[in-house]
Design a protein around this ligand. Structure first.
Ligand SMILES: [Zn+2]
Length: 544
């Protein structure tokens, strides 16, 4: 450590000189490709310059070179670039946790699931077996499974397997016993399925909490790993902003600290569950907004999901007489939380699937909102909305926050649940877009795939990735490519109050952008699904 003083001095001078030189020529030019800006004033350009993480100007390369002193360049080599994709409703943190659980999505039978679980159990011989992603609609008989299916393989280890939509859990007898659950167990906003005398092993909505509460919580290190792994997968998918629909204060604080330490680059729009702890830590103090994090919304649930018949309907399920679904939060609490949101300057975002849940929340919101307001309270999913309730979205500027892949995942069985008439006003994304003139589109991952391009494809084709049905499901509800791009960029950030910093490529906004291997705005639709993300930049730094 015996460095001569003179040398150090010279060294510092050199560094200072170098830094200054850098800042003068640190404009970076992105050129030689097609850049979709999501700025309606100048939707397509061939170049842009940015500096210190912000876009300075867009246009063509020779003009920009004339006006700015360009240092580095990023050559698109003819490829297209877009604003960083935003997912306004997903489960970023939970998704990270599920990467360590047994993945059952895409499984075709109970037998196949048992084989996967058996393999997992041999590698992890102790403790709970936790998995997610099964969907009985993909199985030969479409029936809910039972505890006995699991008991044969796991007579002593507790098993907890969440359905693909996160609104039902399949458990074995050991798990039921540990939680002290019988058919007589009562939950508010949930249901223990079974016969008169015996629980079957299927728990719907809030009944899931009885078992979930017993599963050991992830450690601090596991939480960090979950967030970082989730981020890595998001970058691969082209995402630069995620709206996490349902977080608690300790995880939000962890996200903040990781971002401050430079260990997480993703922008997180954190929707808080309305717990006492979250109210104390955040909500009562008003919005909390940093460069990378925004905490200013409350996530509520009005009902469950259609697949597990927990969605709240105005009349009976077409495939189950006497069942109209579950209201998972009592009206007086929903009301209390809306008041809290209004008082504290928090956006209120409520999960509503069934026509009755949508009607309930639209009318409840209408009591708190004035026509023409810009509070952007959201209805998450807005899946089945009666034509007579639609106008409330427009009158009170309530934002339908949709997931276009839900339409193309559910279309095979949704009509069984809803019948011919109600299916005619389900997944009506184009009608919903027309109400306010804009519409955010997300994925709800891990319920659906994490790739926003699949949401773009579903929005414009109303088909599954294999191209079925050939004419599309309710094709009159398709969006145009331009609308679908806006819905996963500018409109998605608008649903998170981030549109002045992110969502489009225009002067003053963050230089968050994605480069793809083909142009989703121009290639034939059947080539969209195979699109690959080539590179992702956040604040002008390459993260993928
Ligand atoms: Zn969700």
């Amino acid at each position: 450590m015996n460095i001569p003083l003179a040398f150090t001095f010279v060294h510092i001078l050199f560094l200072l000189f170098h830094m200054q030189g850098n800042s003068q020529s640190s404009c970076i030019l992105v050129h030689n490709g097609t850049i979709y800006t999501a700025n309606p004033g100048q939707p397509v350009v061939s170049a842009l310059v940015f500096q210190n993480g912000k876009v300075l100007a867009t246009g063509n390369a020779s003009d920009l070179r004339n006006h700015y002193s360009v240092g580095q360049t990023i050559d698109l080599e003819g490829r297209p670039a877009y604003p960083g994709f935003a997912d306004p409703h997903c489960h970023f943190y939970k998704y990270g946790l599920t990467l360590n659980q047994v993945n059952l999505s895409g499984t075709r039978s109970v037998q196949q699931i048992l084989e996967i679980l058996d393999g997992f159990a041999k590698k992890h011989p102790n403790g709970w077996i936790v998995g997610r992603g099964w969907d009985q609609n993909d199985w030969p008989n479409s029936h809910f499974p039972a505890k006995e299916d699991l008991d044969s393989l796991f007579p002593h280890r507790p098993v907890y397997l969440t359905r693909i939509d996160g609104h039902a859990a399949w458990v074995n007898s050991t798990a039921l016993k540990l939680a002290g659950i019988s058919k007589a167990s009562k939950t508010v906003g949930g249901e223990v399925l079974g016969t008169e005398s015996e629980a079957s092993g299927m728990l719907i909505d809030n009944a899931m909490n009885l078992v979930e509460a017993l599963i050991p919580q992830p450690s601090h290190e596991e939480n960090i790993q979950a967030l970082q792994e989730a981020e890595r997968h998001c970058f691969e998918a082209g995402l630069t902003l995620v709206g996490d629909a349902g977080l608690d204060a300790p995880v939000v604080k962890l996200i903040d600290s990781l971002q401050q330490a430079g260990m997480l680059s993703m922008f997180v729009y954190a929707m808080l569950n309305p717990t006492n702890e979250n109210q104390e830590s955040y909500i009562k103090n008003g919005p909390f907004i940093t460069d990378k994090l925004s905490v200013r919304s409350i996530k509520l649930f009005a009902d469950g999901a259609l697949g597990s018949r927990g969605a709240l309907l105005k009349s009976d399920y077409s495939d189950q007489a006497g069942n109209r679904g579950v209201q998972v939060t009592p009206t007086h609490l929903l009301e209390e939380y809306c008041q809290m949101g209004l008082d504290r300057g928090y956006q209120v975002n409520t999960h509503c699937i069934g026509d009755s849940a949508n009607a309930l929340m639209l009318k409840l919101y209408a009591r708190f909102l004035k026509p023409g307001n810009d509070l952007r309270w959201r209805i998450e999913h807005a899946q089945v909305v009666s034509p007579s309730d639609m106008f409330l979205f427009a009158r009170y500027r309530i934002i339908p926050s949709v997931q276009t892949t839900h339409a193309t995942s559910d279309m095979h069985w949704a009509q069984d649940r809803l019948g011919k008439e109600r299916i005619g006003h389900a997944y009506s994304y184009r009608s919903l877009l027309e109400l306010n003139g804009w519409l955010p589109n997300g994925s709800d991952f891990p319920v659906e795939s994490i790739y926003p391009i699949l949401g773009f494809y579903a929005a414009i084709t109303r088909q599954d990735p294999a191209g079925n049905p050939p004419q599309g499901f309710r094709p009159e509800q398709a969006l145009t490519r331009q609308q679908a791009l806006m819905a996963m960029t500018q409109w998605a950030t608008q649903a998170c109050f981030e549109e002045s910093r992110r969502g489009s490529l225009e002067p003053g906004k963050r230089s968050d952008f994605v480069i793809l291997d083909r142009d989703i705005m121009a290639v034939p639709v059947d080539e969209i699904v195979g699109t690959r993300v080539t590179a992702v930049y956040i604040d002008g730094n390459r993260v993928y």
